[in-house]
Structure formats: C-alpha cells, structure tokens
Design a protein around this ligand. Sequence first.
Ligand code: NAD
Length: 324
Amino acid sequence: MSVKIGFVGAGGNARGHMGRLSEVESAEIVAICDVAEEAARSATEEFGGTAYTDHHEMLDKVQMDALYVSVPPFAHTDAELLAAEAGLHLFVEKPVVLDMDQGLEILEAIQSAGILSSVGYQLRLLDTVQRVKSYLADRTVAMISSHRWGGLPSQTWWRVMDQSGGQLHEQTTHQVDLMRYMTGHEIVEVVARYDLLTMDDVEGLTIPDSQAAMFTFDNGTVATVTTSPMMTQGGGKSDISLLLRDRIIAWSSSAVTISGEPAPELEGEPEERPNIDETFVAAIEADDQSMIPCSYEDGLRTADVTLAANESAKTGEPVKPRMA
Ligand SMILES: NC(=O)c1ccc[n+]([C@@H]2O[C@H](COP(=O)([O-])OP(=O)(O)OC[C@H]3O[C@@H](n4cnc5c(N)ncnc54)[C@H](O)[C@@H]3O)[C@@H](O)[C@H]2O)c1
C-alpha cells in the first residue's frame, strides 16, 4: 500500500521534495496545490496527482495520508490545522511560522490529533552532524560561533521583513537549529542587533543586511551568529565552530575539522544517509515519530529563538523565547 501525499506550495523547495519522493517506491503524490495555477499544473505534470489552487478544495476532494506544507513564512494559514483535524501526517517547511501564537495553535492541533510531524531541517541527518552530536553528548561546549554570509535569493517575498522574517529567521534558522540539535541544550535568552548598511539600493528590500545575535543556553553555553545576504556576486561562508576545552570543532556541511587535541570519532569520510523525505515516508509506514529528525514542536522551538531575536533587535532588550 502506498503512502498518499498532497502538497500545499509547489515552488522550488517543494519540487525538491517531490523529486525525492518520486524515488521512494511506497510514496505517491496524489494532489498539489499552489495559489499560482501554473506552478501547481506543471508540478502535477512532472510528479503526478491533481492540481488545485485552493487547499480547502484539495483537502475536501482528495483522500491522502500526509500533507507537505512548503510556502513562504507569511503564507501559512489553516492548512496545518485542517490536516491535523483530518488525521494527515504533516511535513512543514522551516521556518514553520512567522508568528508564535499561530505556531503554538498548530502544535496543539498536532499533539491532540496524534499525527506524525516533520520539519525540513534536513541538515540534522548529515553524517557530519550526527557525529558531532554524539561526540558532544558527554562533553561541555563553552562557546559557539557561526556565520552565514551569502547572497540574496531571487524571491521577492524573501526581501520583505513582514513576509520572510529576515535572513536569520528564514535561512540562518538552519545554523540556529544545528546549535540546539548538536548540543542538546535549549536557548533561554536572546540578544540581537540588526542594521541595513549596504543594501538600501535593492528595490523592495526591507530586511536588515547585517544581523548579529547572541544566545545563552540553559547550561551556560554562549553562542554568536552573524548573517548577511550581502555577497550578491557569489562567495561567502557558512560555518559553525564549537569551542571545548583544548579543542575547536569546525563544522561545515561537507566536513568536520578539529584543531587542538585530536578527536578520532570525528575524523574520516562522511557516510551517505537516507534523505529527509525517505525518512518521513518510512516513519509513516512504521508509525514511529522517533525516526523523524525534527518534529513540529522541535522546529517551532528553533523558530521561537529567531523570532525572539527579531523582537530583541526591535526593542533593544534581551528576550526569553516563549517555549524556553
Ligand atoms: N529545508 C530547506 O533547506 C529549504 C530550502 C529552500 C526553501 N525552504 C523553505 O520552503 C518554503 C518555500 O520556499 P521556496 O524556496 O519553495 O519558495 P518559492 O517562492 O519558490 O515557492 C513558494 C510557493 O508557494 C506558493 N504559495 C504561496 N502562498 C501559498 C498558499 N497560501 N497556498 C499554496 N501555495 C502558496 C507560491 O505561489 C510559490 O509557488 C520556505 O519556507 C523556505 O524557507 C526550505
């Protein structure tokens, strides 16, 4: 029996999920909804299913087991609530919301429905991340430093603060999520400062181009993250460095390097692991939430941190994330 899957959102990221799902024998895409009719139609031509422009109609008419929601942060409406009510398992793209009240309402609906949930923090599945996580399980991280200095995505919504939440919330959420995941500790205080220093000539841009945040974890670890989309001609850097006694672990998606004392557990070529979509389908088949690397609750905690950073940058005050 196949796992029948519907989509809300058929943009670039959703199509990536569709492509990976089409390689999973037990998965079947049965319906795809996008407010842009052409996006929905062309996705169904390539990946199967029926095209819709209204998810209410799609959810009324099509029988399915799971729903992917892959829309820009501002565009989350009632799809997750309707899916939970109907008992459909949910895959929601990061960042899961732009508003914590909405996220907490969705979380309650997911928990009372008892459905499985997954959030698109696929970096958690990387072998390099898994190795760092298990290495840190019985060690103390004193400090963390992370950068995401990259380019400007083409989507117009991405440049609008009220639509994306800015780069830290929308994109650098991956680095924040990995800090929580690798250390196994929660962020309990956030201080952030933002500015728009060089990109005020970009039409329609209302996000800051310079964002710096400092996080304090529940065990005392202190982390800093800086992020900018200023490198519009290519280049940049994306990394996480963790300082332990006598050792620095420098993580990037393809490699882990260690300076100071050697750490043989972290050395060697990374292994290939199942991707996030195969993992989601397998978890549905096994009815096992523990197979999924990031639940909605866990993903909402990461969104909570970056939304707290946005509030701190606005008020100038330290902010405690609501779920901390
Ligand atoms: N996990 C990852 O690494 C990763 C990578 C890229 C994007 N994403 C996330 O995926 C989401 C979508 O990003 P994208 O790059 O595909 O954006 P996109 O702009 O390419 O596509 C978004 C699509 O959503 C559609 N849409 C908007 N509102 C809708 C609604 N109410 N109902 C149905 N469709 C609607 C748009 O018409 C568009 O086709 C974002 O949250 C983004 O952060 C995650």
